[in-house]
Design a protein around this ligand. Structure first.
Ligand code: XMP
Length: 519
């Protein structure tokens, strides 16, 4: 299968480039920019894309490539496309000059295309692109041709057909470059001559076959099922591969959304006919441990550790009855893996959201069938596997659950108040037909008492904050500009129907600088 390698040079869009390439039907993978040439040689990529990055080329320690790398791509006729920092990097190594501009160029720009073939085939003479840089190329090396310019950036794109090196100063991978996909297509299909072979349909059958082979006819598998998309898809894949030799453990940690434990059990036990679905009600245990804990990181730690404890105990109990349990399946997906292992030393450090990893001393072999997939690919597979839409399209929910949506200490009464409000919010958002357009929508419990009036009585209750955001890649998010009438309806219903809140506020902060969650 044709593969395109994306070099991680520390930019925020590395994953986005990879996803775009996969969407175009080519398998793409991220590697550190200083990967050994032997490894590249084994992969035998059809093309390499150099991502953007936060550095300036002349900064000490900024990521650099090697002469041998360019010899390798030249010898093997592998086209290389540099984006933003990658665009500078190619030119730097080829002997061109890059200068820092005092004024950073950020946002939409008009480019004039000077060469309407290769990268820019089928584009208009003038196009809109998204710029984000402080440096630009001021001198090109021999053999390179300018493909596009803007008013302030005379070398906005270049190419060298003999060496198969190409660069764009702007970001074709972001949606703010309307013809960006076309540019990537031109690179992938016209220049790199890739064949569209990356399809998810074949992936499912192949993965089920692989799982059967790996697990064999007798051994059993244990899986921590949260009811989220990733673990649910893993569960169904495994169930198809080994049937009831799959044991799922679902832990009610007391900080789930309203009736979540009932819905998950219904889906897997009743609808999907999982026989070995083990429900553990550990609500009291978790809430006991969370008592009077106010620090968010402490809450996370407690919930994480308690989960592992409960999970381990159940596994040990099951192992006594089923000694054939030899594997632990996990719903790890590609960004979890790539972000936590930070593909290269320059990867901008991203807050890791520690999808729970279980202790190594469990002596179980790990199975991660989704390890190479992105979330949207997992969702597509979920649809094809027939998982209910409610699971596939459900908004992300943090592992520490409602505990990080209650500021300060977590108690049952607050949890119930928050659950009721959250249910109303989601119900109204679904009724308005916008649930699927949103990244997340949830309520937050602010233990701040303010005065209200209900009938003839003064009330003194807490504040419910509503957080609704749109996002594509979770790194950035904007608050949703919800319709005022809808907000009014939500607010009225929460105040009237939920005991414990007498005021509702709408959060109008974007990420960054605010995060999506409150804690
Ligand atoms: P922030 O708040 O950093 O959240 O903008 C980004 C995404 O991560 C989710 N999130 C978590 N997920 N454990 C998780 O499994 C956590 O501790 C955690 N904290 C935040 C959040 O819901 C959002 O989708």
């Amino acid at each position: 299968m044709d593969t395109i390698i994306i070099f991680d040079l520390g930019g925020q869009y590395t994953h986005l480039i990879t996803r775009r390439v996969r969407d175009l039907g080519i398998y793409a993978e991220i590697l550190p920019f200083d990967v050994k040439l032997d490894k590249l040689n084994n992969i035998n990529p059809k093309a390499i894309i150099l991502s953007g990055g936060p550095n300036s080329i002349y900064e000490e320690n900024s990521p650099k490539l090697t002469k041998e790398f360019f010899q390798f791509t030249f010898k093997n006729k592998i086209p290389v496309l540099g984006i933003c920092y990658g665009h500078h990097l190619i030119m730097y190594h080829q002997g061109g000059k890059i200068e820092s501009k005092k004024k950073k160029e950020y946002g939409k720009a008009n480019i004039t295309i000077l060469k309407s073939e290769l990268l820019f085939e089928s584009l208009e003479k003038e196009e809109i692109v998204w710029m984000s840089h402080g440096d630009q190329i001021t001198e090109m090396s021999e053999g390179f041709e300018i493909y596009a310019k803007t008013e302030t950036c005379p070398i906005a794109a270049y190419g060298n057909q003999e060496k198969l090196l190409f660069g764009v100063q702007f970001h074709p991978e972001v949606s703010n470059t309307p013809k960006g996909n076309r540019i990537l297509e031109n690179f992938i299909f016209n220049i790199a001559k890739c064949k569209k072979e990356w399809k998810l349909e074949g992936w499912i059958e192949q993965t089920i076959e692989n799982l059967k082979g790996e697990i064999g006819p007798v051994k059993k598998v244990i899986l921590g099922l949260s009811g989220g998309v990733d673990s649910s898809v893993v569960a169904v894949l495994l169930h198809k591969a080994i049937g009831n030799r799959l044991h799922c453990i679902f832990v009610n940690n007391g900080v789930l959304r309203k009736e979540e434990e009932i819905e998950v059990q219904k889906t897997f036990r009743e609808n999907l006919k999982f026989e070995n679905f083990h429900y553990i009600d550990a609500e009291d245990k978790f809430l006991q441990k969370l008592k009077n804990v106010e620090d968010p990181e402490e809450k996370r730690r407690i919930i994480g550790h308690t989960f592992i404890e409960v999970f381990e105990n159940k596994t040990i109990e099951l192992e006594k009855v089923f000694p054939e349990i030899k594997f632990l399946a996990q719903g790890t997906i590609y960004p979890d893996r790539v972000e936590t292992s930070a593909t290269s030393s320059v990867s901008a450090k991203i807050k890791s959201h520690h999808n729970l990893t279980l202790p190594e001393n469990m002596m179980l072999e790990i199975i991660e069938p989704l390890r190479d997939l992105y979330k949207d690919e997992v969702r597509k597979i979920g649809v094809q596997l027939g998982l209910p839409k409610e699971i596939i399209l459900r908004h992300p929910f943090p592992g520490p659950g409602l505990a990080v949506r209650i500021i300060g200490s977590v108690e049952k009464e607050k949890l119930n108040t928050l659950r009721d409000a959250d249910e109303i919010l989601i119900e109204e958002i679904k009724k308005a037909g916008i649930y699927e357009d949103l990244w997340q929508a949830f309520c937050v419990f602010l233990p701040l008492k303010t005065v209200g009036i209900m009938g003839d009585f003064r009330t003194y209750e807490n504040i419910c904050a509503i957080r609704v955001v749109e996002s594509v890649d979770v790194m950035t998010a904007n608050f949703a500009k919800l319709d005022m009438d809808l907000l009014e309806k939500i607010s009225t219903r929460i105040i009237n129907e939920v005991k414990g809140f007498n005021r509702v506020v709408y959060d109008i902060s974007n990420k960054p600088p605010s995060t999506i969650e409150y804690e």
